[in-house]
Write a protein that binds this ligand. Structure first.
Ligand SMILES: O=C(O)CCC(=O)C(=O)O
Ligand SMILES: [Fe+2]
Length: 498
């Protein structure tokens, strides 16, 4: 009891005089956190409202994708930290506890910045247009927000790290033009340094006319420039000529990729010498196709590349996407390392894939049978259906579908590819056959079909193809790869190997 002694009452006064300011400090600290949270909360709610009002339109624009990822990796991550500070008890606020697991991280910001750069590089877009959020002027797809000067600098840095020295030069120049002392989080000196370095490497690269410079390993080159600070001669950039040789082999027609991705075909350049047709196909009177023939458009004569239309309905597409979505994982490829052979995340292939077999759902089994009816091939030695969903600026550089590493596959090589488009893509995202000189347009429900091998079993390198970066859209595509063994009696070799 306190009332029975004056000395104790004096103690109470002391307690109170200590408690009151502590309470004030506590309230102040909490208020500060709450005020910060409120600022974030208001800002994020405002954006979330705008986004959900027009979700479909929002999500197809790469600058919006970049901002969305960045919001999670920065603002939402800070909200999470503030909430931790607010509840010192160590118990996480429930609503955010489970969500943080899914938050994009720094590598996602970097990945989406690289996506924007790929789009810029392939389609030759202007830096200031992109910064204005105007990635496809004529069609009027503007992003919800423009890029800030800090973001432009970061994209420039991503360009530097990704070996895109020309774009790096443009983005650094642009960031410096817009630089306002005290308003930016990067230093002017750093931006200038990057600018000089990127300029030098660009000059070096233009000299050796490496058209698709971003594919080359330039580390040696710029370290050399940095250390010697001398005028660069091409040979000094590439001590190992091998790198170039190898790339020339694989990417020998990069300029064609650029041309094809923007919608031209080689037919335009070589004149109307090839006759390509559109026709209805019943596969020699196949009963499944007699009353419902498939629409065919020839895209090229030799190698023969065709596009079949309406091979799958919209409802079937939805079912396939529903099956595939929870199983999507980052595309991997087989890498031959010095001492081991491993599957690696395919850094060049910006897509997630999943594999579905005929037991995954009736829709898959039905599709497999339909592919057989249309192509006349047996489905006995095919792979599972690969379903792919592309990411920010998602692309797949030119390649052959035959994988020589896997040559000893018991079913033989991938004799043919049946590539189905499961979505439209507003802009970009075509499939470019860089050697043939033609590109297919992703039209939902259609499929491109070609043989990767000659009847002799020799690989047909004219089928080199790649997926152009997606500019605007959410691209879904699906591959059914048909292997040799099951086709022994469907695609026989001729007497003459050639
Ligand atoms: O998505 C595309 O357009 C092409 C994909 C492709 O070539 C592949 O997955 O092998
Ligand atoms: Fe392919």
């Amino acid at each position: 009891e306190w009332f029975s002694s004056m000395e104790q009452i004096i103690d109470l006064v002391r307690h109170e005089s200590l408690l009151a300011p502590t309470l004030q400090n506590y309230i102040k600290a909490k208020m500060e956190i709450l005020l910060k949270l409120k600022t974030y909360g208001d800002e994020l709610s405002e954006i979330a409202d705008k986004v959900s009002a027009n979700k479909e339109e929002y999500i197809i624009h790469p600058i919006n994708q970049y901002h969305l990822i960045k919001r999670f990796a920065t603002q939402w991550t800070e909200v999470n930290q503030l909430l931790d500070r607010f509840n010192r008890t160590g118990k996480k606020t429930d609503f955010i506890k489970n969500a943080t697991r899914l938050f994009p991280k720094e590598e996602d910001i970097k990945g989406s910045a690289e996506g924007i750069l790929r789009i810029q590089d392939t389609y030759n877009l202007n830096t200031s247009d992109i910064a204005e959020g105007n990635i496809s002027g004529e069609k009027g797809h503007n992003s919800l927000k423009k890029l800030t000067t800090d973001e432009c600098y970061h994209i420039g840095k991503a360009a530097f790290n990704g070996g895109l020295y020309d774009p790096c030069t443009h983005w650094m120049q642009f960031s410096l033009q817009r630089f306002e002392e005290g308003k930016q989080n990067f230093s002017k000196a750093h931006a200038e340094e990057y600018l000089q370095l990127c300029k030098m490497v660009s000059i070096c690269l233009h000299r050796i006319q490496a058209v698709k410079y971003r594919l080359l390993n330039l580390k040696d080159c710029y370290i050399h420039i940095q250390h010697t600070k001398i005028t660069v001669v091409p040979e000094q950039c590439f001590p190992q000529n091998k790198v170039i040789e190898k790339l020339h082999h694989y990417y020998s027609t990069p300029t064609e990729l650029l041309v094809l991705c923007i919608g031209e075909t080689r037919a335009i350049h070589i004149g109307a010498t090839i006759k390509l047709h559109c026709y209805l196909h019943t596969n020699n009177g196949n009963p499944w196709l007699m009353f419902n023939p498939v629409k065919v458009e020839e895209l090229w004569d030799s190698p023969h590349i065709v596009q079949f239309y309406d091979v799958i309905t919209s409802a079937e597409v939805d079912k396939i996407k529903k099956l595939a979505k929870p199983r999507l994982f980052r595309a991997i490829h087989f890498e031959d390392k010095e001492d081991s052979e491993v599957f690696q995340k395919a850094a060049y292939r910006i897509t997630k894939v999943s594999w579905l077999n005929d037991t995954s759902g009736p829709v898959i089994a039905k599709l497999t049978r339909r592919i057989s009816e249309i192509t006349g091939l047996s489905m006995n030695t095919t792979e599972e259906l690969q379903v792919a969903n592309y990411g920010v600026g998602g692309e797949y550089p030119p390649h052959l579908d035959v994988a020589s590493r896997m040559y000893d596959h018991p079913d033989g090589e991938r004799i043919a590819t049946f590539l189905i488009y499961l979505s439209e893509v507003e802009e970009g995202g075509g499939t470019a056959f860089v050697r043939a000189g033609v590109a297919a347009k992703p039209i939902k429900g259609s499929a491109v079909f070609w043989y990767n091998m000659y009847p002799s079993g020799d690989i047909d390198i004219r089928t080199f193809h790649g997926a152009c970066p997606v500019i605007i859209g959410n691209k879904w595509a699906s591959n059914k790869w048909i292997r040799e063994l099951g086709e022994s009696f469907h695609r026989q070799c001729k007497l003459d190997r050639n």
